[in-house]
Design a protein. Sequence first.
Length: 468
Amino acid sequence: MAPVKDNYLKQLKELGKRSDKIGESLQWLLSQYENQNTYDEQYQRLLKEFGLEDELRKAQKGVKRFKMASMIYIVIHGFNTLSVRDDAQEQMDRLDEIIFNIQDIAQKYGLVKIPTIGDNILLAGGIVTENKTNPIDSTLAAFEIINSINRKKDETDSIWEVGIGIHTGPILGRFLPGKNVPYTLSGNNVLIASRLGVASKKGHVSISLMTYELIKEFFEANQGGKVPVKYSGTMDLFDLLDIVPSMRDTDESNSNLTNGVFDLAYSRLQFMDIQEYMLDMLEEKLPKYLHYHNVKHTIDVTTEVELIGWAEGLPEEDIMLLKVAGLFHDSGHIVTYVGHEEESCNFAQEILPKFNYSQDKIDKIKRIIMATKLPHTPGDILEAIIQDSDLDYLGRTDFVPVSNMLYQELLDRGIDISIDQWNENQIKFIGAHQYYTNTARNLREVNKQSQIEHIRALLGQGKLASEA
């Protein structure tokens, strides 16, 4: 048996040597890649200077520029000791488990695994869905990866450790048709992330200044030195420490890293992404005959629920639900006019999981949306606020032009209604309407009653309020 064991150890030593050579080759390839990237940038600049825009467009076909993405470069340590282990195959099996777990964590935080050379891993955030939260998502993922590997070491005699580098910035994605991973990434920022990963200590996360500035509200970090960057001198790096104490979950029985304070601060930032997504979608897809139920109305309602919510003393968590419901409440007009509330709920159910909204929050948002369906019967303060916000214009000084847009919307939909009929309907509707919150009653009720008197004076004249 001894000769067999000696031969086995010899093979493992050879494997270790080959691993070292592969590592050296990888560094050489990275340097060549950086040189080529520099040449490409110079080539594209010259094309622009000599007016060869058509050639430039051809060269850039299939290329997408991501304005802000986070790259997580994970360096795996342990190969140098593998050759002297009797349980080398078991250790390789544990490495496979670690890699599968990293992929699960990446999926949880909306990160994509990018093809790389060798055993090191490159993840990217802000690729599947372009968002402002990807630096935070990437940092949380890094924490979870480090913690999971540490647990593996405590539970077994695993030899594996990782160092992680994170950098945030613009990158280029070259489209790969027919591939599970749609993009391969290029640009100097990818190389910066790899250098941070190589420079990081085992079991630590190194982040760039750019990433630090974007996450410092949520995480603690110490300045940890500098790394050289080609053509740019040196770059500051920061050693990530932990989630800030006020945002850290201290319940040891809870698997969450963060608490409600963190989640609320995160949701403020995430709302900007949801708002941008929804307003772009509404601008593009809402029918053009919607003179009233348009993007402006959506913005009005989303703004008003926040104002009334604060005035009524609601907690910010509820106000955030109201604002998201405001963004979605009329999106169903993309599909249908009658019954659009149900379609709006369908959009919320389809879109909000992409932003990691829990089903419980989505159900609350859908309930708030359905509260805008006439006739109104609010079940709680959230429903009362969305209803008052949806019809806030009835008591505003711009009631006349807004109501005229609603009348024009009816005409463009083919509804045959005269001006006198419209005025009569307006009087009935406003007369039967009531505001449910103290804030709306105090702000709008008096002006709403004056609108009724103004429109009543127009009956029989065939005039809109603006024509009087």
